[in-house]
Write a protein that binds this ligand. Sequence first.
Ligand code: PCA
Length: 215
Amino acid sequence: MKILVTGFAPFGQETLNPSWEAVQMLPDEIAGAKLYKRELPVSFAGARYALEEAIEELHPDVVLSVGQAGGRSCVTVEQTAVNLADARIPDNDGTQPRGVPVCPDAPDAYFATIPVVKAVEAVRKAGLPCHVSFTAGTYVCNAVMYHALHTAGRGLSPQCAEHADVCGKVPQFCAGFVHVPYIPGQVIDKSAGTPSMALTDIAASLKAIVEVCAV
Ligand code: PCA
């Protein structure tokens, strides 16, 4: 089994993104599944392109994307991706979609196809807090989750694939998204009470989630 695990580049005021830091700490093989790690740009267009390119190259069985959700206190497994891009801040390319669909003429939402509740339970069993989240927001993370699920169900269609050579192919894979908190070094200058989690605990949480996806 092949599992594509993605993290994101830094964005906003941050100099690192704990999602990519933690993804890099994962072993290359978990429960017999081979992991392929990719860093995605924090760009609506660029992330979609990089994700589709990685799917086309690897033909993974599972696509698990990971992103930072500053302000959350623990790792959360996303249940839903919505077909709405509404960016509070411009992405790293300076693009700021407001109230537009992620993918025109496509369903309003998709549910994750990884076992969300089992993944949360596995992290808790490993001794770490974890919750299901019912919103991945309306920024680049939600768009990546939406695209992965759209692509899994419908293939890399001309409508949503930017590059013609991948059109018409129908990848079959499960997809899900995990949001992770800030790490302590990111909250030193933030307001008192801003939650953070040790990078090693974030990586351990991801490992437990990947284990569930690998069976
Ligand atoms: N978090 C942002 C985008 C990249 C990331 O790590 C989000 O939640 O949309």
